[in-house]
Ligand binder design. Sequence first.
Ligand SMILES: Nc1ncnc2c1ncn2[C@@H]1O[C@H](COP(=O)(O)OP(=O)(O)O)[C@@H](O)[C@H]1O
Ligand SMILES: [Mg+2]
Length: 262
Amino acid sequence: MSATLTDLLIAHGIAKHFGSREVLRGIDLSVPAQSITVILGTNGAGKTTLLRILGLLDPADAGTVTYDGIIAEESSITYSTPLTGPAYDRRTLTLRRQMMLAFQHPVAFSGSVLSNVTYGLLLRGVGRAEAENRAMAALREAGIDERAHQHASSLSGGESARLSLARALALKPGLLFLDEPSASLDPHGTKVLEDLLLHMRDDLGMTVVVVTQDIFEARRIADQVAFLHEGSIIEQSSRDRFFEQPRDERTRRFLAGDLLVT
Ligand SMILES: Nc1ncnc2c1ncn2[C@@H]1O[C@H](COP(=O)(O)OP(=O)(O)O)[C@@H](O)[C@H]1O
Ligand SMILES: [Mg+2]
């Protein structure tokens, strides 16, 4: 596990209902800075719901999320949920700009692949020429620069995933959330993705939270793993401890390949 000094994000007591259905309960999670945290869990465990709350896209019904030191002018900012109003407040907007969420089925804006990457840079006040240079460099790193002038909607699933990564490389958010990024990738694409995530952590100093169902992927890239099962985090620990000395019986069964069907 790489040495980390601070937790960039601390969630405490997060709960979420949809109608009468309790989808998340009592979620405590900490995300150390400049590390890769993997949230592991099966279909329907609540992974996407949790990611949207941590990324300030949706409010929780209860709980707090503290972001420590990712807004330059504040050392720490805590949101008690539910948040009020769609735009929340100025600090939320500033905080959101330090984050990026990449979804399982990435939504490309209309327009070219290149403009999908320059868009966020232009919004942040980067000049057009520099934005295009940075965007092309990011597309090259993500291995889709040959598609730069193609319409984004014409990309395959795997290419769209690379486009999401190129956006992240260009914007370099302090905190990057990825929802099942390798789900639509072949082994080569997965290797490119995982290498880029390690590069973001090691060379760009980014903090990454990755949701996956893939135990092997977690083992390859995680510094720490949180196992989300039926809306609760059953276990969170360093990668080695998680895989070598899992404490919870359900974690042991999941790692052994048992289907945790209830
Ligand atoms: N907007 C919503 N309205 C109602 N139920 C939802 C909504 N979003 C998610 N759910 C339900 O919450 C549960 C967790 O969903 P989700 O967070 O997408 O799980 P995961 O990403 O782990 O597969 C699922 O049973 C899903 O059907
Ligand atoms: Mg999901």
